[in-house]
Design a protein around this ligand. Sequence first.
Ligand SMILES: [Zn+2]
Length: 467
Amino acid sequence: MTGTTLIKNGTILTAEEEYRGDILIRGEKISVIADEIIPEKGWEVLDASGMYVMPGGVDQHVHFSFNYKGSKVRGFETSHAAAVGGTTTLIEFVNQEQGKGLVESIQDYIKSDVDGIAMVDYAFHSVMTDPRDEVIEEIPKLAEAGFPTMKLFMAYKGMFFHADDDTILKALKKGRAAGMTIMVHAENAEMIDVLSKELIREGKTEPYYHAVSRPPVVEAEATRRAIYLAELADAPLYVVHVSCKEAMEIIREAYSKGQQVYGETCSHYLVLDREDLAKPNFEGAKYVCSPALRTQEHRDALWEAIDKKWLNAVSSDHCGFDWKEQKHMGFGDGKSFADIPNGAPSLQNRMNILWTYGVCEGKISRQRFVDLACTMPARINGLEGKGHIGVGYDGDVVLFDPSYEGVISVKNNLEDVDFCPFEGFVQKGRADTVLLRGQVIVKNGQYVGQKGQGKLIHGKPYGDSYK
Ligand SMILES: [Zn+2]
């Protein structure tokens, strides 16, 4: 049971403003915000002097259930990593299981891997992998069941989750009628396939060639094509993990012409470089993710894009494959970069990276930070009650200490993966105290909550991309 908690003396941050104020949380919701609230007997009082008080983060791009060639990533048993990083709601992708329906795949997954385990709140995107006619027909049922978003993979030729143009077009049309937001992983699978095979034939099998096999044009082509498909379907489109200047500009152009096309980027594209893939002794495999890491020119463009709202969210694309066992699937005779599972763990550090390298370096304002990390991801996915400090919203609140200084390391990471892509990066500021629907789950930067405390949040259809 939760009681009443008063957060005093903090500076409240929202996507629009910043002001001094006290916040009262009764039960699970914010009930009063005022200049000063006098504590009453029985209330828990948290002193936020010197701290920013902001909404709990919403990470709209997490992979906990990903299964690659029989190798599974870390799941909800590591979701407290989100909490200590200031994220109180995560949205993860659930692949439709062969022979099962879309809603059924999510519900079964909740029963087996989420319920009683999750430590932050959660919602789901469906990933359609088996686009038979009856599955297409089922798409509106997702919206009714509280899962109003679906992702399709244009990349990964030959994999069970790859989606062709006809699948994307059908999903866009069917989804449009039900207020579903269709998301795409935009990379041209055929281009990647040809380039990969060429490189491997030439003996260029090291992790670095992962980036060579999927240059920006691969992403730009698929982004443009998805936008044409969305235009034909007269449906909104959301492009996940935009990593290059060209793709960002294509989205911006479509949007400025009035098409409902939006996109996000991810923390690693803002600070990591293609050259990281060239690290010796197979260390480069740690940075194999798709789209591939880019160069400074692209990072500069992405920072400008999130500042100017050309991209509207920053996600983690967290995917917890170990380096020693799983990433080494691409190591040794007859193996190549193409055998390395794609993805990197970044659930815990998404907001740390955005604050330290964005806000502290003057690239984005504190308001943009809240908008990108909390407010927009909630709105895009129809999660009413999340992502904002306001009366009636969930008591998901972060007391953020801007004076903290530390170094990011796998040593103090709860993701339970054997490496951290941001190892050795300076971190400024941290989530000191985190509340999940009124309950303190992080104190002094340490997780103090319980397994199973997180609950399913149903999304409403017609999310922000329809506006
Ligand atoms: Zn992803």
